[in-house]
Write a protein that binds this ligand. Structure first.
Ligand SMILES: NC(=O)C1=CN([C@@H]2O[C@H](COP(=O)(O)OP(=O)(O)OC[C@H]3O[C@@H](n4cnc5c(N)ncnc54)[C@H](O)[C@@H]3O)[C@@H](O)[C@H]2O)C=CC1
Ligand SMILES: O=C(CO)COP(=O)(O)O
Length: 336
């Protein structure tokens, strides 16, 4: 692909750990970058201490990075990175739209499915901000690793290759490598479903079921999201790439993942309510699990692990009962 020019002015909608890490990348590239942070104290910390001490403590950010708690003040970007939790993204996009260029490029960086509608974020954007041109950024990348300059590679999906080149120039870096695809839905599916499977992987670890069980869960989980992905029109190469298998491996094997560590606590016997009450950050898999189970049911695709996570977070079944069910499924051919 040809090189693109970076955007001159970027707005980042969402002041959590990921918004801060991405803002840092853009500011390091000389892009005038403003983060909208919902919490005024987060905006003040970024402006005054150059640190998001609430969601990404201990990491120094580029002093040129600015933040505001007023959404209207973040509307002036030539382009937008959307990094709010998925369940709040529709409301935030609606509120932002009157203050922003209607045809602005929007890169979707959050990972999940809107529970109330079963929609991926590209479909939500098409509904509430129809002239905006969407891209999807997804792949194995913990905010802390990226903000500390550790090497990372992710997928940038966009139907418009020239626009993708501009995104790559805006946030890319030698330690943050972006690989281009035009398979937007493929990139979205990986990021959403891996969070659900990471909860299951955490349960396996919390229950002490062993490394072999974990590997089996990852492989059979990958089979689920391939079946679902293909049914939704994704390409297999995307599902097997950074935004799919790559992110599944990272998230399902590291306790740095909020989804995996949440599953771990559930496996240890704590209730979902207890685990969530002790956290200020987002675990997208909790709301995405029922959405994945619904979509799969509608399409007639079998996703037993995702369905088990949906039952678990709904409080409808116990960990032990769900594990017993999964282990007593009939033997079958691996390709099915
Ligand atoms: N943290 C990471 O390593 C990565 C996160 N992501 C994705 O980025 C998205 C944001 O996650 P993080 O930045 O990690 O968040 P976080 O967990 O660090 O912080 C929570 C964020 O949720 C926001 N929030 C809470 N209630 C809200 C509401 N009603 N309306 C709007 N915003 C609200 C908070 O202001 C805060 O910005 C998620 O979809 C996540 O899956 C993607 C890649 C890496
Ligand atoms: O998406 C991520 C890494 O690629 C972050 O995962 P968690 O949200 O589970 O921490």
């Amino acid at each position: 692909m040809n090189d693109g020019a970076p955007f001159r002015k970027l707005s980042i909608i969402g002041g959590g750990a990921w918004g801060a890490a991405l803002g840092n990348l853009a500011a390091n590239n000389g892009v005038e970058t403003t983060i909208w942070a919902r919490e005024p104290e987060v905006a003040a910390l970024i402006n005054k201490r150059h640190e998001n001490a609430v969601f990404l403590p201990g990491v120094k950010l580029n002093p040129a990075l600015k933040a505001t708690p007023a959404l209207e003040d973040a509307g002036g970007g030539e382009a937008f990175l959307l990094v709010a939790p998925v369940q709040h993204s529709r409301a935030v996009m609606k509120a932002l739209r009157p203050h922003a260029r209607p045809d602005a490029p929007v890169a979707l960086c959050s990972k999940g499915i809107e529970q109330s509608t079963g929609m991926f974020l590209s479909a939500v954007v098409a509904e509430v901000w129809p002239e905006a041109v969407p891209a999807v950024l997804s792949g194995p990348s913990f905010a802390r690793d990226v903000a500390q300059g550790l090497p990372t590679a992710v997928t940038l999906a966009c139907a418009d290759e020239a626009l993708a080149a501009r995104w790559i120039a805006t946030i890319g870096a030698p330690h943050f490598r972006l690989y281009y695809t035009d398979d937007v839905i493929g990139a979205e599916i990986g990021g959403a479903v891996k969070n659900v499977l990471a909860i299951a992987a955490g349960v396996v670890e919390g229950k002490g079921l062993g490394e072999s069980a974990k590997a089996a869960l990852i492989a059979r989980g990958f089979a689920e999201f391939q079946r679902l992905g293909v049914a939704l029109g994704a390409r297999r190469e995307t599902l097997a790439g950074l935004s799919g298998l790559g992110d599944l491996i990272l998230t399902a094997t590291s306790k740095q993942s909020r989804n995996m560590s949440l599953g771990f606590e559930l496996g240890r016997g704590r209730s979902l309510h207890e685990v969530l009450a002790g956290r200020n950050n987002v675990s997208e898999g909790v709301e995405t699990a029922p959405a994945v189970a619904d979509i799969a049911r509608r399409l007639g695709v079998e996703t037993p692990i995702c369905a088990a996570v949906a039952d678990l977070v709904a409080g409808e079944r116990s960990v032990d009962g769900l594990i017993a069910d999964l282990l007593s499924r009939p033997f079958r051919a691996e390709r099915e």
